[in-house]
Write a protein that binds this ligand. Sequence first.
Ligand code: URA
Length: 234
Amino acid sequence: MLERIDKIFASCGVLTRSECQTAVKRKKITVNGEIVKSPSQKADIEKDEILYENNVVELKKFVYIMLNKPNGVVSASEDGNCKTVVDILPESYKRKGLFPCGRLDKDTVGLVIITNDGVSSHKRLAPKTHAEKVYYFETVDPVSIKDVEKISNGVLLKDGYTTKPSKVKLLTDNSGEITLIEGKYHEIKRIFGSLGNKITYLKRISFAGIKLDSNLLEGEARYLTKEEQDLFTK
Ligand code: URA
């Protein structure tokens, strides 16, 4: 598929669009041996030989993106009605086959990993190798030490399911951090609901040991670092 040179470099994670512009000006990019004259020039990454400073530019098979999900966005690849976490990625990150690893509720904010690596994603969600997930929460009513104890032993939900033990660290009477080792529908809201309390704010701050980058504003994304990728794919 023919695509702009700057788009190719951005989706390969090699150069941002503005870095690509500079590289073109400095005659550092060639396509099939010809110096590229404009970042808008088109090439086909699968058919043409694209070189940057004499190194071959290749499309990475897998990409791993960290998104700070805002409120009101759906954790899916596509949705008929609402914006999805894939829709809101910067254009240069978009490519075929991206999906979020697991789901946050529409009104939950924070860390979502978006990838096209189905095998690793499956591992991080499978019961035996499920990723540990940490959420910051706020509640309507104070959370007692008794509640923390109950949650750490597992809580019987209204549908008859008993949750796996979850650690809770209280930060104030009405807020704290909870660590889940499984992913049941609305799990945190239902845990607190079964204790007669209500979640008013929920933010995922860590997934599989990968911490939400505090430099990312809501709606912003970046590629995972090598170390973070290793935590995701291990
Ligand atoms: N638990 C919830 O209740 N909602 C989420 O989005 C994630 C965990």
